[in-house]
Design a protein around this ligand. Structure first.
Ligand code: GLN
Length: 476
């Protein structure tokens, strides 16, 4: 525990530390230490969502994912820092302060922590990623609404899975944008990610959007043959059955060219193992980011309405001179004092998108774009989407898509890249899979010219998480 605390001094990855005894020391997960993102409810530790609004909130119940981890015997080490309510890409929007990326570039190995370049760990699950990368725990739970598990995994050189939407229960996960929110898993190896994912991915009647056993089974069955044909346990697996799509829209001009070089190396290796690489087009991709920010802000404005100092949230005293007996004064002051700038920005944007004047042009338009993105993916994949009752088999389709996880390496903290619209751009590669609810895994793929890590993302059809993980094992 002292070791973890001392690593925390340099990373700021954890915001509270567990002292609980393991209720099931002989469970399947009993050899694992796990950190939990601080927007996932736990009874033993506070759940602050990195917000002033919840700085002294402790949940009366555990999230289903936490319950399942505990039942499996996992050793919970603490709660992980994040962007406030999951809003951000760099883990700089947090009342607990920014998370520092623990990745050590080779030539920095001998430089003391205090003198190293301080770079972002990515966000919003930056604390989860940094805790794993620094060796403070074996695995961590994060949440991913638009990239918040994959981006920090990529920046910190670890593995991060955003599962298919609906596979892991959202019960006890503080909502940001519920139609996209997914619990994700971070660890150094794909194997550990899979162990944790397998123990928490199950149907939960408490989550109204949980995927039913029938639909899970249907999706799994459609990729079963391929999964068993791809043996990850040999050094030269035969990938001739595998069709990999390379989406041309995922190589935009903003993309660092040395990231392309790192990704190309992975592709060459997969090709040498027999995989077929097929260029594909997902034409609605350029509209994904705008649609994402409209939809998520609209959902957030509604989800965050409960924090008014009466139902939820720390009530702030009304300003001197204002009428305390007027509830609207209490609400307004509580929300201005309790929420950070980014959260307030999203609430305003989302509320606007839902007003009668803007609804058609913004919210509905964004929903239409979301539909187009989904159909782009459905026409690219070989297997049909198990969630749709009728969707044609596509013999020319691909089994998975591969693309860089991010357009750049981790930005330095305290630079211009952490403010303005720049952080929004970091998600340009990750939001399409989120809008479509698809499984996506980021695995390390070497480093860029600046010596910092690069990640490659594997995206599959809905419910093909096992296939995505198998390809991840082969790549890593
Ligand atoms: N960076 C994105 C945002 O700020 C994604 C956040 C997330 O996935 N939780 O909305």
């Amino acid at each position: 525990a002292d070791h973890v605390r001392s690593l925390n001094d340099s990373t700021n990855a954890l915001v509270s530390f567990s002292t609980e005894d393991n209720p099931n020391p002989h469970g399947l997960l009993s050899s694992l230490t796990v950190a939990i993102k601080d927007n996932i409810c736990t009874t033993a530790l506070p759940t602050t969502c990195s917000s002033g609004m919840l700085h002294n909130f402790t949940s009366p119940f555990d999230a289903t994912a936490v319950e399942l981890l505990k039942a499996g015997g996992a050793n919970i080490v603490g709660k992980a820092n994040c962007d406030e309510f999951g809003m951000g890409s760099l883990n700089v929007n947090s009342v607990h302060g920014p998370v520092v990326n623990p990745y050590r570039t080779l030539n920095e190995e001998l430089i003391p922590w205090a003198e190293r370049e301080r770079r972002s760990a990515g966000g919003s699950s930056g604390g989860s990623a940094a805790a794993v990368a620094a060796g403070m725990c074996d695995a961590a739970l994060g949440t991913d609404t638009g990239g918040s598990v994959r981006l920090p995994a990529s920046y910190c050189s670890i593995t991060g899975l955003k599962p298919s939407y609906g596979l892991i229960s959202r019960w006890g996960v503080v909502s940001f944008a519920d139609s996209l929110d997914c619990v994700g898993v971070l660890a150094k190896s794909v194997d550990t990610v899979k162990t944790v994912f397998d123990s928490i991915s199950s149907y939960d009647p408490k989550d109204p959007t949980a995927a039913t056993p029938r639909i899970r089974g249907k999706a799994q069955a459609s990729v079963e043959a391929l999964v068993s044909a791809l043996d990850a346990n040999t050094s030269k697996p035969d990938l001739s059955a595998l069709r990999i799509g390379i989406p041309q829209e995922y190589f935009p001009s903003e993309l660092d060219i040395t990231i392309v070089t790192a990704v190309r190396k992975v592709l060459e290796r997969l090709m040498s193992l027999g995989a077929q690489l097929i260029p594909v087009s997902l034409p609605s991709t350029p509209y994904a980011l705008s649609a994402y920010y409209v939809i998520t802000s609209a959902e957030a404005s509604s989800n965050l309405a409960r924090y008014d100092g009466v139902q939820y949230g720390t009530r702030s005293p009304t300003l001197p001179g204002t009428d305390k007996s007027k509830p609207s004064n209490v609400y307004a002051h509580t929300r201005s004092a309790g929420f950070g700038v980014e959260v307030q920005k999203r609430i305003l944007l989302g509320t606007y998108a839902l007003t009668a004047d803007a609804f058609d042009n913004y919210f509905l338009q964004a929903q239409r774009v979301r539909q187009l993105i989904k159909s782009d993916f459905d026409s690219a994949f070989r297997v049909p989407n198990a969630q749709l009752s009728s969707s044609p088999q596509n013999a020319d389709g691909v089994d998975i898509l591969l693309h860089p996880s991010a357009i750049r390496t981790a930005p330095p903290l305290d630079s211009d890249a952490t403010s303005g619209l720049d952080p929004y751009l970091q998600d340009v590669m990750t939001v399409p899979a989120s809008l479509a609810g698809l499984p996506a895994l980021s695995v390390p793929a070497g480093s860029a010219a600046d010596g910092w890590p690069v990640g490659i993302s594997i995206v599959g059809q809905w419910g093909s998480d096992e296939l995505v993980l198998r390809i991840g094992e082969i790549i890593q």
